[in-house]
Write a protein that binds this ligand. Structure first.
Ligand code: ADP
Ligand code: NI
Length: 228
């Protein structure tokens, strides 16, 4: 099958699975990540076919929603691509990107992406967690999990295991300190880093205003704990 037809079939397959999903991994997240990934791939000279297919399939089954099982996503993707007649090297490449892409916690040393294509897709996925869209997704995810927006008595924690990160039910605002503000220094490519810096600056502005309105973590937190 021609690459264009495989990409189109992949779009249809992923759309069917993720349309309307409510945790921030919906179809439009996939569209944004795929567009960004293609844009970065062009600048960095990465394999455009693998980047596009991996970006489309990267959230097909998130490990956080499958009891921490990181093989569900690669298995679904691999089976699908096999049926499309994709070359086995490309299938393995895409599956390894899906396996390695996820953020596992602020103090968990992640396996580095093994290829330029993987670095590009991971950068694109991380960029969609930053900036205005990143802010929106953070509070959507917090609401989906039933977590609070803000609670000054609970301080952010840098998780040291993927398991603790997955279980985290802290307030959504803590997620900025647990993940989002760390990402600009963890980007893989120069093009990704450039966009990340811009989105990072916008999040800092947002946080500054947020804490002007609600008070900080510490003062309010201390007072409340003493009162309580
Ligand atoms: P992806 O797999 O697309 O990188 P994640 O699965 O880590 O993203 O999370 C989906 C979205 O929800 C992201 O924008 C992420 O930053 C946000 N998110 C993840 N965990 C939390 C959390 N504990 N609280 C608030 N937002 C979160
Ligand atoms: Ni994603």
């Amino acid at each position: 099958m021609r690459p264009d037809a495989i990409i189109e079939n992949t779009r249809i397959f992923v759309h069917k699975k993720l349309v309307g999903e409510g945790s921030g991994h919906d179809w439009w997240h996939v569209v944004r990540v795929t567009d960004l990934a293609k844009q970065i791939a062009r600048k960095e000279g990465a394999d455009s076919f693998v980047v596009t297919i991996a970006a489309l399939l990267h959230d097909i089954a998130d490990w956080k929603f499958h009891n921490g099982d990181k093989e569900v996503g690669p298995t679904i993707a691999g089976d699908f691509l096999h049926k499309q007649g994709v070359a086995s090297d490309d299938i393995e490449h895409v599956c390894s990107i899906i396996r390695d892409i996820s953020f596992m916690g602020g103090n968990v040393k992640p396996a580095p992406m093994k290829t330029l294509a993987g670095m590009v897709v991971q950068d694109a996925d991380r960029l969609d967690a930053l900036g205005a869209i990143g802010i929106a997704r953070t509070f959507a995810y917090g609401g989906y999990k039933g977590n609070e927006i803000y609670n000054p008595t609970i301080k952010p924690a840098l998780h040291t295991t993927a398991e603790a990160y997955k279980k985290s039910d802290g307030p959504a605002i803590n997620h900025f300190y647990e993940k989002l503000l760390l990402l600009k220094d963890r980007m893989n490519t120069p093009s990704g880093r450039r966009i990340a810096l811009k989105r990072h600056a916008f999040m800092e502005k947002f946080l500054q205003t947020f804490f002007e309105e609600v008070g900080g973590f510490c003062e309010e937190g201390k007072r409340e704990m003493q009162l309580g």
